[in-house]
Design a protein around this ligand. Structure first.
Ligand code: PAF
Length: 273
């Protein structure tokens, strides 16, 4: 595996290869969920590039940015084991040589709901970094995890509006045996917290199977609270716009979406049905 640090090095490397590129953007602290994205990218036979860049623009909370785990050596080992072709690790100066102009992507209100309302500016930060990375990497296909469902909907808009040649692949959430969605943030939970966090998936499943969502959502929030989990939002939404969906409607793709705090760690999850 080659490790490259600048857009210049990356462009030279890609020019020397005539293979299509499959790209997995990450912020590092890699786990099995990221490795699954890489495996899917490899299955297309393309040259695989994984980026590791903790993007300051998408953190609305400076403390969250400080605490974000940085484990580059371990990440590099894991990517070598799975067989990535290139690890791209740009610096902040390389990504943002000057103050960024607005991305100009029309999100139709997606950025004002759920994650967007609790993390103002977050999706614009994601759009900024992906816009730059997609230009630098010129991928044929890009891979994103369904765990960040709203991010997937936002990236879809970026691709539709600015990168119509790129194909987006959404990969199902990888879960621990307990049902807990794998996340880099899980590393900050205590062993007891890890057990209690499994309640999130159990409750999402219950809501997705319920006939009366309002009641199921109330019960779920109470049960999460009893497990020490403070809900930020918990709702059934329609895809792809993620507008709240109060009643069961046949023929619509829906998801139950959650964000909340356990032991001071912000966790998100969802279940599509
Ligand atoms: O999902 C993530 O890890 C990040 O939001 C992404 C897509 C790598 C952009 O920084």
């Amino acid at each position: 595996m080659k490790t490259l640090f600048s857009a210049r090095q990356l462009a030279d490397f890609c020019q020397a290869s005539d293979r299509e590129i499959a790209f997995v953007p990450t912020m590092g602290a890699l786990h099995e969920g990221h490795l699954e994205l890489l495996r899917q990218a490899q299955s297309s036979g393309a040259l695989t590039i994984v980026s590791v860049f903790v993007n300051p623009l998408q953190f609305n909370n400076p403390e969250d940015l400080d605490k974000y785990p940085r484990t580059l050596e371990r990440d590099s080992e894991l990517l070598t084991q799975v067989g990535a072709d290139v690890l791209f690790v740009p610096s902040v100066g390389e990504m943002y040589p000057e103050a960024p102009a607005p991305s100009g992507v029309e999100l139709g209100g997606l950025d004002t709901r759920w994650e967007g309302s609790f993390r103002p500016g977050h999706f614009e930060g994601v759009l900024q970094v992906l816009d730059r990375l997609f230009h630098m990497v010129s991928p044929k296909r890009v891979y994103f995890g369904q765990k960040d469902l709203q991010q997937c909907m936002v990236v879809r808009k970026l691709i539709e509006q600015k990168f119509s040649g790129i194909e987006m692949v959404t990969v199902p959430t990888v879960r621990a045996e307990s049902g807990l969605a794998l996340s880099s943030r899980n590393a900050r939970l205590s062993p007891d917290g890890l057990l209690r966090a499994a309640e999130i998936h159990r409750q999402l499943k219950r809501v997705s199977q319920a006939l009366a969502w309002d009641l199921a959502l109330q019960d779920a929030e109470e049960s999460l609270f009893n497990h020490g989990i403070e809900t930020e939002y918990l709702a059934v939404v329609e895809l792809p716009d993620m507008l709240s969906c109060p009643k069961a409607q046949t023929g619509h793709e829906c998801a139950v979406v959650f964000a909340g705090y356990l032991e001071g760690v912000r966790l998100i999850d969802n279940l599509c049905f």
